[in-house]
Design a protein around this ligand. Structure first.
Ligand code: GDP
Ligand code: MG
Length: 163
C-alpha cells in the first residue's frame, strides 16, 4: 500500500496551501461519517518516484480557542492512527504557541516519524525564526514557504526517507 502522510497543525499555518501545492490528483472528501472524518481531504502525490497519499486533517477550521485545541487533539489522534509519516506544521511568522506545544507532546508519544515543518519562511532572513521550534523536542525543523514553494524539495526528501 502507498504510504500515508498526514498534515497536522494549527488553523492558518498553511496546511491547505501546502496540500494544494502537492496535490496531483485531488480526491474530494471521501467519508460521510459525521464528525472528524468529514474534515479530512485526501490527494495522491509523488516525489522522486515515491507515490504517497496526503491527508489535510484540518478541513474545517474552527474559530474559538478551546474548540481549536479540541480539534487539534482529534487531528493528531487521526494522524497518529492512520498515517505512516506525520507532517507537523507550525508558523514561522507567528512563532511558537501553546497549542503547538500541546500537539507536540501528543506526537512525541507515537513511534511514527514526525517531520517538523516551519512554514511562512518566505526568505532567508526569516530562517532564524525556526530556532525556537527546537524547544518542541521533536527534532530539527525544516523551513518552507508553502506559498512560494521555497524549501519544498528538502522537505519532501525528509518525508520520503521514512517510507
Ligand atoms: P490552514 O488553515 O493551515 O489550512 O492554512 P491555509 O493554507 O488556509 O493558509 C492560511 C493563510 O496563510 C493564508 O492566508 C495563506 O495564504 C497564508 N500562507 C500559507 N502559506 C504561506 C507562506 O508560505 N507564506 C506566507 N507569507 N503566507 C502563507
Ligand atoms: Mg486548511
Amino acid at each position: 500500500a502507498k504510504p500515508i502522510v498526514a498534515i497536522v497543525g494549527r488553523p492558518n499555518v498553511g496546511k491547505s496551501t501546502l496540500f494544494n501545492r502537492l496535490a496531483g490528483k485531488r480526491i474530494a472528501i471521501i467519508e460521510d461519517t459525521p464528525g472528524v472524518t468529514r474534515d479530512r481531504i485526501y490527494c495522491e502525490s509523488e516525489w522522486l518516484g515515491h507515490k504517497f497519499t496526503l491527508i489535510d486533517t484540518g478541513g474545517i477550521e474552527p474559530e474559538s480557542e478551546d474548540i481549536i485545541l479540541q480539534q487539534m487533539r482529534k487531528q493528531a489522534e487521526i494522524a497518529i492512527e492512520t498515517s505512516d509519516v506525520i507532517l507537523f506544521m507550525v508558523d514561522g511568522k507567528e512563532g511558537l504557541t501553546p497549542a503547538d506545544t500541546e500537539v507536540a507532546e501528543m506526537l512525541r508519544k507515537t513511534r511514527k516519524p514526525v517531520v517538523l515543518v516551519v512554514n511562512k519562511v518566505d526568505n532567508l532572513n526569516l530562517e532564524a525564526n525556526a530556532f525556537e521550534f527546537y524547544n518542541l523536542g521533536i527534532g530539527d525543523p525544516v523551513t518552507i514557504s508553502a506559498s512560494s514553494g521555497l524549501g519544498l524539495g528538502d522537505m519532501l526528501d525528509e518525508i520520503i526517507k521514512h517510507f
